[in-house]
Design a protein around this ligand. Sequence first.
Ligand code: THU
Length: 129
Amino acid sequence: MIDETTVAILIKKAREAQQHAYAPYSHFSVGAAVLTEDNRMYTGCNVENASYGLTMCAERNAIGSAVAGGCHMFRALALVGENPDWITPCGACRQVMEEFHIPEIILTKSNDTYKIVSLRELLPHAFSL
Ligand code: THU
């Protein structure tokens, strides 16, 4: 299980990435940070597009960066947004997390309160091969 100090660092990194969110349509900035099995961290932010459906979520961008860095094994993912209430990943991102079996998902509120949930809680009866 991920320790408190590492959670705080992951949230901080996710907040840094959130600063770079490209969200001119929704005006909703999101940041994510993943912790790899060998303790590297990769971040992502949402990147929107005038063709709305092409928007990429922060979580998938963070996971994609880690994969490009040679990592397929993860310990955790932290997600930050602007919600006073918990931000939770969209369905597409949950399915991508399932692909890489990310065990611990750190959900936050805008004041950085956090809670850790399992992927199985977020995506019961997941599709996988
Ligand atoms: N968004 C994410 O980046 N991650 C999520 O899990 C939920 C939604 C982004 C997509 C879009 O740019 C904005 O938040 C509003 O939906």
